[in-house]
Design a protein around this ligand. Structure first.
Ligand SMILES: C[S@@+](CC[C@H](N)C(=O)[O-])C[C@H]1O[C@@H](n2cnc3c(N)ncnc32)[C@H](O)[C@@H]1O
Length: 264
């Protein structure tokens, strides 16, 4: 838990500068820089040494709020080179594994690094995320995103095409797979994963799910389950409370399975 002394905004901290639902900026505090919106400018040096929660005014006299970014904010505001996993799905997927502080985890593919940073945060300084990606330029972008969020120290990035190649690790505590052809990765995953532990994967289309489940069955994975998490945001207003008409309606089907070892 953050104590009072630590709850102060410092140079290089990430702060969510919130004005309203349309104007919220994940900002790294660098003195000398300004943040501008149509509600006015603010000098970032003016919020250094203020507590998180501080309410300031732009040069046009409009309020802004200095909020602590959530883990979901860090994910959703990465610089994207790919689609990313969404918080509603990742919350479920992490809880479907047994990982925690100190775990060793494989991720494929790195993409924009949204998942990488959450895994790195979750496993803590004594754990390690082995993150695989076939595109060096995506790794570079992801590394910057994870670094900015402050979690790069316990991530090892590898540029490789998995499927052609196997992972370089054995006995990892969980494997997270986010690629268009996850079934091609199952043989490599079956070798790298600890017995009894969890493989999770997610795909947008039913056809992909079918092929993936068949591949998992062929490699003796058990407790295979597929779910979809549907999220509905509520509008709470004086004139009435009801679900928002628009939003993200479909992201992916989520698959979880556990590796078993047949003894002779
Ligand atoms: C949807 S993105 C992953 C997004 C990531 N989960 C995130 O939250 O930012 C899929 C990534 O997998 C990579 N990829 C696809 N197949 C691969 C393979 N066989 N080996 C290595 N990387 C692969 C792609 O280049 C792409 O960057």
């Amino acid at each position: 838990m953050t104590n009072k002394a630590e709850n102060v905004i410092k140079e290089k901290d990430l702060v969510l500068i919130y004005q309203d639902e349309k104007r919220q900026f994940l900002t790294q505090v660098v003195s000398g820089l300004r943040l501008s919106s149509d509600l006015g400018d603010l000098k970032l040096s003016d919020i250094i040494d203020k507590p998180f929660g501080f309410v300031g005014k732009t040069h046009l006299g409009r309020d802004f709020y200095c909020l602590k970014p959530s883990t979901a904010d860090l994910m959703m505001k990465v610089k994207r080179t790919t689609t990313i996993v969404y918080p509603k799905d990742l919350g479920y997927l992490i809880l479907e594994t047994a990982i925690g502080p100190g775990s060793r985890v494989i991720e494929l593919g790195t993409g924009s690094g949204a998942l990488t940073m959450v895994l790195a945060k979750f496993i803590g300084p004594d754990g390690i995320v082995y993150s695989y990606e076939r595109r060096e330029d995506f790794i570079e972008n992801a590394r910057k995103n994870v670094e900015r969020a402050g979690f790069v120290r316990n991530v090892e990035f590898t540029c490789a095409e998995i499927g052609q190649k196997f992972f370089g690790q054995n006995d990892v505590d969980a494997i997270f797979i986010d690629v268009p052809e996850p079934w091609a990765i199952v043989p490599a995953a079956a070798v790298a994963l600890k017995g009894g532990h969890h493989l999770v994967s997610w795909s947008p289309n039913v056809e992909q799910v079918k092929r993936m489940v068949e591949a998992l069955q062929a490699h003796s994975f058990q407790r295979i389950r597929v779910k979809e998490i549907i999220e509905r945001e509520m509008l709470v207003r004086l004139q009435g409370v009801r679900p928002r008409e628009r939003g993200i309606t479909h992201t992916a089907y989520l698959i979880r399975a556990q590796k078993v070892i047949a003894m002779q």
